[in-house]
Design a protein. Sequence first.
Length: 301
Amino acid sequence: MKLKALLICNSLVLSCVSVFSQSKLNTEVKVDYVPFSNYIRPIDSVKTPAQTDFRRIEVNLDIPLSVSIDKRNKPRVWSVIAQGAYAKMQHRLYEEQLFPTEILNASIGIKHFRSISNSWSMYVMGTVGIYTDKETINSQAILGQGGVFFIKHFNKKVALGAGPVLTNSFGVPMVLPGIYFNWETYGDFYVHVAFPQGVELGYKATEMLDLKLAVDMQGMTAVVKREEKDMLLGFQQIIAGFRPEIKFNDHFTMSLTAGSSLLRSFSYNERKVKNIFKEKKEADPRFTSTFYGAVKIKWSL
């Protein structure tokens, strides 16, 4: 099974995995920006004069419906989750239009977390949303995802989980394996690894300020029409940068990221199950590395 298909599945589902024991309404707003960089032609890996930029705003909401403590003194949470991301791109000096100028991802769903033993927990979620290039807005652009993850908590620092994920991203409902991994240390110097989101190395400079080095995996998905076929467009990006995070109080934090977009690419896959197993004859279209900047604010009530 192709790794990229699994990453698409995991990014759609596990983007909803946050701190399981949250008992407050949590909101995140993030804006990120990548300036123009050159298009690398996949057939021969030549850097062309054509250029594309990337601007995006993203909003995430986690609204608890029910929070209780079970007999093991562990949280049992039901929450509504809502996510929205809108990206705008400009393209110049292309001989033909290869990529969309807009991508919209918007979904709503529900999630549930509970313990099933002293060291095991279960996470269940399901979402439905629209994933479009703003040109293909029909029933084909409505994607649903759901999953059940069984998570082993080895200690306070390490958790590993896996489970089946149901998705219709490839045209018909199908089950793919999903993976969750979280490793977090504590202290003035700390490490946080969350798959598939990314890695942070941090230093607690003061009570208000954390200084971090971060590597993130980011992505968006859209159902598009290409050559009269329904295609699944995937946008992938790996960024690395310096990330100071300011904690104004227990309810409000802001982080700034400045670094580089190490890998930025698009992929097109026909929405058929056989394409999960089919190897492509050429690499995906990608762009040269360039600056990356982002601002994220997060607050809870």
